[in-house]
Design a binder for this molecule. Structure first.
Ligand SMILES: [Zn+2]
Length: 280
């Protein structure tokens, strides 16, 4: 058994070093004159070899980040329904429905934050009341909140007063949780009559936001399918539909975001996309 040297650190801890058999000047770097000890352990220099085993985490390797998008978000157009933005700029809006979810939404927020991406969350009012702290975090991190009704019922079967109540209860829950008012709505299942869209627009000033890219992630086709469907469908001005209710959707997002960023797309919120459209 080889004899080991004992190094005493300034903290008082002791560490064992392998017995050094190298000759002076064989390529190892030395600690300077006043370092731990250039003539240290029995006169042998301390060698500091490169740590060839270290690999930085994958997300640091890629380092893809959305630029800071300082765009206006005030819109005042006349259109009651939107499903896409302008096609002459590489902007896309990522939208997530049906949250907040106690595990998936915070995980998604972490993924968004490392890439400086701002998204739009169409939240269900009853979930807002259950997890108001997550809604606060969504807003604090610069994302947008939209109204996705309180009970997630199919709205086409509702009376006008029931419809107003779905919108109102959700708006109140969002204001209570995060002190912001939603500016747009998305109907559950995309189902909303034209006259209902007009009623919501006039009573709440919410345009109805549909989408132009749908990966059908709620059918759980698997993260790689969700990712490839979004990449294949992406276009300038896209409004992309996804659900932060489903864990596999969140699994798909790091790769999806990096794909879109590397294609040159930049992420903005739905209101920013509408503001760019101007008076339409
Ligand atoms: Zn929904």
């Amino acid at each position: 058994m080889k004899r080991r040297k004992i190094l005493k650190l300034s903290s008082g801890a002791l560490i064992a070093l392998p017995a050094c058999s190298s000759k002076k000047g064989d390529g190892g770097s030395k600690i300077g004159k006043h370092g731990a000890s250039s003539s240290g352990y029995g006169g042998h220099p301390v060698r500091l070899g490169a740590n060839t085993q270290y690999r930085p985490p994958a997300y640091m390797n890629k380092g893809l980040r959305n630029p800071n998008m300082n765009l206006p978000s005030h819109f005042s157009g006349k259109s009651v329904t939107h499903s896409r933005g302008l096609s002459n700029q590489p902007y896309v809006a990522m939208t997530f429905d049906d949250g907040p979810h106690p595990q998936n939404t915070p995980r998604l927020l972490d993924i968004l934050r490392t890439r400086n991406i701002k998204a739009t969350f169409y939240v269900i009012g009853s979930n807002v009341d259950r997890y108001p702290h997550i809604v606060r975090r969504i807003v604090a991190e610069g994302h947008e909140i939209g109204n996705h009704t309180y009970t997630h019922r199919k709205l086409t079967a509702l009376s006008n007063s029931e419809l107003r109540r779905e919108m109102r209860r959700t708006e109140d829950a969002i204001v209570r949780a995060a002190a912001v008012k939603p500016r747009t709505m998305r109907p559950p299942y995309g189902a909303l009559l034209q006259r209902q869209r007009s009623l919501i627009f006039s009573d709440f000033t919410y345009p109805t936001i549909m989408w132009s890219v749908d990966p059908n992630d709620w059918k759980r086709p698997g993260p790689s399918v969700v990712r490839s469907r979004i990449l294949r469908g992406a276009h300038n001005g896209a409004i992309i539909l996804a659900h932060d209710l489903h864990a596999p959707t969140i699994d798909a997002m790091p790769g999806t975001f990096d794909d879109l960023l590397s294609k040159g797309y930049q992420f903005i919120t739905v209101s920013q996309l509408l503001a760019l459209k101007g008076q339409v």
